[in-house]
Design a protein around this ligand. Structure first.
Ligand code: 2P0
Length: 333
């Protein structure tokens, strides 16, 4: 039995930074994201016939045997628990996101793995339950299940899932400054921020408020307000992280130059708003009609890639012995 799924990354407009419960992967606050239609991850999960002792994991054509394999095995253990199975699996994943560059490779990765693994093990999960499952792999993956503009609710295990919300048409320009692995992973950086940044309690209070404001702005189709909240929330997250001890700083001089260029575009009359995740790369939120001109204006600052709003994670193939399931086609609309 093999099931194959495709998922896309998402970029948070209101960030997730900090867990309330690490075991259940419950976030300290809600968050809101826009799914991208670039950088898809395609993942196949094949159930193994024999009683293999371990799962197998091939990423971009190379066998993985370190902590990344353990993380995949632990995730598959959850799926096996839900399915009442003890059969091991082989996972083959092709990731087109620059891995570890702060561009949410774990979001598309675990969203695709959750979708493929659930199908391979014969689970028939709703989109809500699939996003709850993806959450256990990586927090941001929760939001890559529904696609479009999505809110990931804070809450308990049942209540913490992501769903698409109404929003105006939007696009993004990804400005890649550095596609190497980041100095410190977001998981460790979140822990250090919570343990040592004096700004963390204010981050939780203000972000909870911003999620509500963002959903109101999205429902009203108020792009200006969405953009202002997006840029503000990103800078608040980075300020909170920089307040950790020892400090963590993800933005470099070239990242700041993109924020400056975006402010200059706004001053000249083009609406654009910058955000950045756990790395130096900057993502610029624009209206669809401005994506070409903004990409051109920022091209001297890094490698630019335009993206529209992406689709939900979807199953693209399911074959072999066991439960035969039709290919499921879903979209963000
Ligand atoms: C986000 N990030 O909302 C935030 C903004 C990075 C900066 O979610 O520990 O890899 O697996 O739950 O999902 C990156 O964190 O962390 C992230 P885990 P994840 O997109």
């Amino acid at each position: 039995m093999t099931a194959t799924a495709v998922a896309h990354p998402n970029i948070a407009l209101v960030k997730y930074w900090g867990k309330a419960d690490a075991e259940l992967a419950l976030p300290a606050t809600g968050s809101v994201s826009m799914g991208l239609d670039v950088f898809p991850t395609t993942t196949s999960v094949t159930l193994l016939d024999s009683q293999e002792a371990r799962d197998g994991f091939v990423l971009n054509g190379r066998a993985v045997e370190d902590g990344a394999l353990t993380r995949v095995e632990q995730f598959l253990d959850l799926v096996r628990q839900l399915a009442g199975s003890d059969v091991r699996a082989h996972v083959d994943s092709t990731n087109t996101v620059p891995t570890g560059a702060g561009l949410a490779s774990s979001a598309s990765g675990f969203a695709a793995l959750a979708t493929a693994a659930a199908a391979a093990y014969g689970l028939d999960l709703s989109m809500r339950d699939l996003s709850r499952l993806a959450r256990r792999g990586s927090g941001s993956a929760t939001r890559s299940i529904p696609g479009g503009v999505a809110v990931w609710h804070a809450g308990d295990d049942q209540g913490s899932f992501a769903e698409t919300v109404p929003a105006p048409p939007m696009a993004m320009v990804v400005v890649t400054i550095d596609d190497g692995p980041k100095a410190i992973g977001s998981r460790e950086a979140m822990r250090r921020t919570i343990a040592t940044s004096p700004f963390y309690p204010a981050w939780v209070t203000s972000t909870t408020e911003t999620v509500g404001d963002m959903l109101t702005a999205c429902a009203a189709g108020d792009f200006t307000r969405i953009g202002e909240l997006t840029e503000s929330n990103a800078l608040r997250m980075h300020a909170t992280i920089e307040g950790a001890f020892p400090p963590i700083r993800y933005l470099n001089a070239r990242s700041v130059a993109v924020f400056d260029a975006v402010a200059a575009l706004r001053a000249a009359g083009t609406e654009a708003y910058a955000t950045a995740d756990a790395g130096p790369n900057v993502v610029v939120l624009v209206q669809p009609q401005d994506r070409v001109v903004v990409a051109a204006a920022l091209a001297h600052l890094g490698t630019v890639i335009e993206s529209g709003t992406g689709p939900a994670a979807r199953l693209v193939g399911s074959e072999g012995t066991g439960t035969h399931r039709p290919v499921q086609e879903e979209s963000a609309e």
